[in-house]
Ligand binder design. Structure first.
Ligand SMILES: Nc1ncnc2c1ncn2[C@@H]1O[C@H](COP(=O)(O)OP(=O)(O)O)[C@@H](O)[C@H]1O
Ligand SMILES: [Mg+2]
Length: 243
């Protein structure tokens, strides 16, 4: 179809009402397509941005980079239940409805694996998330005190405060200094009303002892505990004592 401009340039041409209607429809279709294209680009940019926040600020160990719900094997009923809880958490996650998870259990049962799986799912669902172990978080905060640091402590805490879901991995492995405990709870308190997933190898008594009674009760606020009982996945096929 010739464009309207071209037709108008031709001498002695008249345009029928029908032709005009066709041009209008074509124009509208083009505009719709353009708008859809912009929306697709916006969505892609937003997704890239969410992934960037996750990648730039998370410190995920190599062994967990590929962790997903799909490749999580549930060796027993406790682990199957834990996977279902984590999966349900990711699927029903709402930004304005605070709910936390505390994944507890022995080494290698897949606590961090499930926490990473939740975050990956949330990012696909357009939420923001960061995965960090508590000792690494404290080291990151401490490194901002260095004059050459790219971030100030405030900037770092703002990023951490702002994400929809924060995984604080391995609570209880930090040194228990007053500074460490009070910093940790500055972070937790700063995220009031947001979601946090905690993982720990300690049982509740030991966690309470490590972080103090008041902080422990703060940590348990709106938090669903998930106890993961099982064998160390890395040693599957071997006896408990490596036989
Ligand atoms: N049930 C599981 N299915 C598949 N891989 C697992 C499972 N449990 C653990 N792993 C893998 O074993 C390693 C240790 O798991 P991790 O999640 O770090 O354990 P935890 O945090 O409980 O100490 C990781 O590479 C993880 O991907
Ligand atoms: Mg772990």
């Amino acid at each position: 179809m010739k464009s309207l401009k071209e037709i108008l340039k031709t001498p002695n041409t008249s345009i029928s009402g029908e032709q005009l209607e066709a041009f209008k429809r074509q124009r509208e279709a083009e505009e719709r397509e353009m708008l859809q294209q912009i929306m697709r680009e916006n969505l892609a940019a937003r997704q890239t941005n969410l992934e960037r926040i996750f990648d730039e600020n998370s410190l995920i160990p190599l062994a967990l980079r590929n962790a997903t719900f799909e490749n999580y094997e549930s060796a027993n009923i406790h682990l199957r239940r834990a996977k279902e809880m984590a999966y349900g958490y990711a699927e029903t996650f709402k930004a304005d409805e605070s709910k936390n998870l505390l994944l507890t259990g022995d080494y290698g049962v897949g606590k961090s694996h499930l926490a990473v799986s939740v975050l990956k799912r949330l990012i696909k669902r357009d939420f923001t998330g960061i995965f960090i172990t508590v000792p690494e978080l404290l080291t990151k905060i401490r490194s901002t005190y260095n004059k050459e640091s790219n971030h100030t402590e405030l900037q770092l805490l703002e990023i951490i405060k702002g994400v929809d879901c924060l995984v604080l991995d391995d609570i209880g492995t930090e040194n228990g200094s007053d500074w460490a405990v009070s910093k940790l709870f500055e972070v937790v308190d700063g995220r009031l009303g947001k979601h946090t997933i905690y993982t720990t190898n300690l049982d509740s008594k030991a966690t309470e002892k490590k972080i103090g009674e008041r902080n422990f009760s703060r940590l348990m606020f709106d938090t669903v505990p998930v106890v993961m009982t099982g064998e160390d996945y890395r040693r599957r096929g071997f006896g408990r004592d490596g036989q």
